[in-house]
Design a protein around this ligand. Structure first.
Ligand code: ATP
Ligand code: MG
Length: 414
């Protein structure tokens, strides 16, 4: 689990701001749910046979003897909250969330035990156009952040009946090759055979190249829906490739599954994963409501981002000050300027003017406000455009009377 230090948080905030703006434009509403849920929510909502529930959850018993789990993902909590508060009977919902998730995994680059996700979910929106819309929101967001070299991979998992047919085929194929499979996959043969297609074991992966394909078990209806999705994405000029190994192994996943990957993150290549999960709401005790969503991993996103793409928060003013009375006066002026909605960094070093000016130049502030003994005695303030941010070539100083506070504020706003 990592600390995020102030310099990193600045970059995170820049990304979070852009994310919020993107979601607002797309008409998504934010939801905030507790980090802690009843363990049962995840065993029902994600499934006992998945890695996440089987071996990655932070689960403990609280003082009331209840089994609690730090959320390993966001969707189950969102669905629980919408059911609990009756929002799913009020028409379609477009929701987003963000925050920390917890999984007991082997830490490595792009894989932490506390990590952060941003997620979007549509409820009550069942068509392939809705799939395309929510995919386009992820795609545009990543593009807006300036990411390059992204690949969208899509697949269809078909209907429940399609998958049942395929499941039987796959099980009998896998049973014949039982001894060649890795341990995890052997355990999953009957519990969750589709999930085996998602294995990270290289030998099993190789073997699976010959396995029967889900495509061959799909009904015409499913194929038409999938082709229609591809047409829509083509029309939107969102490039994609087909990946028939891409699965979300749970029973309630259906039709569209997708991932956005990058070549730049090595083994942890998936930045965004999502799909349609029409059965989940019912599985968690709610009405039958079609749903589709995705989640982006923030840490992986931040690894991909070049600092240059991130607009930094600029300060308006750096306050240079020195001298017993001047320093008190500087604090008082700083407070007045902050109250006028200007951002002000007050130098508290008591160092020489030269040193303070050096810091001012490095600070990203547009203006330096200077108060020394001289200014204090003449009841004046000296201000100076900082070189690094100045557009005009003249960096002359301006002197403003301390009593003319409004004039000072107006100048500093320019
Ligand atoms: P992976 O195959 O990489 O383990 P996953 O299928 O477990 O991913 P999801 O549950 O679909 O991942 O989560 C969506 C996104 O969240 C992932 O694409 C990834 O960007 C991010 N993510 C998942 N687990 C972690 C983790 N432990 N550390 C950092 N990011 C993560
Ligand atoms: Mg995982």
């Amino acid at each position: 689990m990592n600390d995020l230090l102030p310099d990193q948080v600045k970059n995170w905030q820049a990304v979070e701001k852009l994310v919020r703006e993107n979601f607002s434009r797309a008409g998504l509403n934010e939801i905030r749910t507790p980090l802690l849920e009843a363990t049962d929510l995840f065993s029902r909502g994600i499934g006992e046979s998945t890695d996440v529930v089987g071996k990655e959850m932070y689960t403990f018993t609280d003082r009331g003897d209840r089994s609690c789990t730090l959320r390993p993902e966001g969707t189950a909590s969102v669905v629980r909250a919408l059911i609990q508060h009756g929002l799913l009977t009020q028409g379609s919902q477009r929701i987003w969330y963000s925050g920390p998730m917890f999984r007991y995994e082997r830490p490595q680059a792009g894989r932490q035990r506390q990590f952060h996700q941003i997620g979007a979910e549509f409820f009550g929106l069942a068509s392939e156009r809705d799939d395309a819309e929510i995919i386009s929101i992820a795609w545009d967001l990543l593009k807006d952040l300036g990411l390059q070299g992204l690949n969208l991979e899509i697949n269809t998992l078909g209907t429940f009946d399609d998958r049942k047919r395929y499941r039987d085929l796959l099980i009998s194929w896998l049973e014949k090759r039982f001894d060649l499979l890795d341990n995890d996959s052997q355990n999953r043969i009957h519990k969750n055979p589709l999930r085996i297609l998602d294995t990270k074991d290289p030998n099993t992966r190789k073997l699976l190249e010959e396995a029967p394909c889900l495509n061959e078990s799909l009904s015409d209806e499913t194929k038409i829906r999938f082709l229609s999705l591809q047409k829509i994405l083509e029309g939107l000029k969102i490039p994609f490739s087909l990946n028939n190994q891409l699965v979300r192994g749970l029973d309630y996943y259906c039709h569209t599954a997708f991932e956005i990957k990058t070549e730049k993150l090595g083994a942890q290549a998936t930045v965004c994963g999502g799909g349609r999960y029409d059965g989940l709401v019912q599985q968690l005790g709610g009405p039958s409501v079609a749903s589709v969503g995705w989640a982006i991993g923030m840490e992986r996103l931040m690894m991909l981002l070049d600092d240059r793409h991130l607009p930094q928060f600029d300060f308006d003013v750096y306050c240079v000050n020195r001298g017993v009375d001047a320093e008190v006066e500087a604090l008082s002026l700083t407070r007045e300027l902050r109250a006028a909605n200007l951002s002000v960094e007050l130098d508290s070093s008591g160092a020489s003017f030269a040193k303070q000016f050096k810091r001012a130049n490095r600070s990203n502030a547009r203006w330096a406000v200077v108060i020394g003994d001289e200014e204090f005695n003449s009841r004046e303030v000296r201000i100076k455009r900082l070189i690094s941010n100045s557009k005009d070539e003249h960096n002359h100083e301006i002197i403003i009377k301390r009593s003319e506070i409004q004039k000072l504020i107006d100048t500093l706003r320019s």
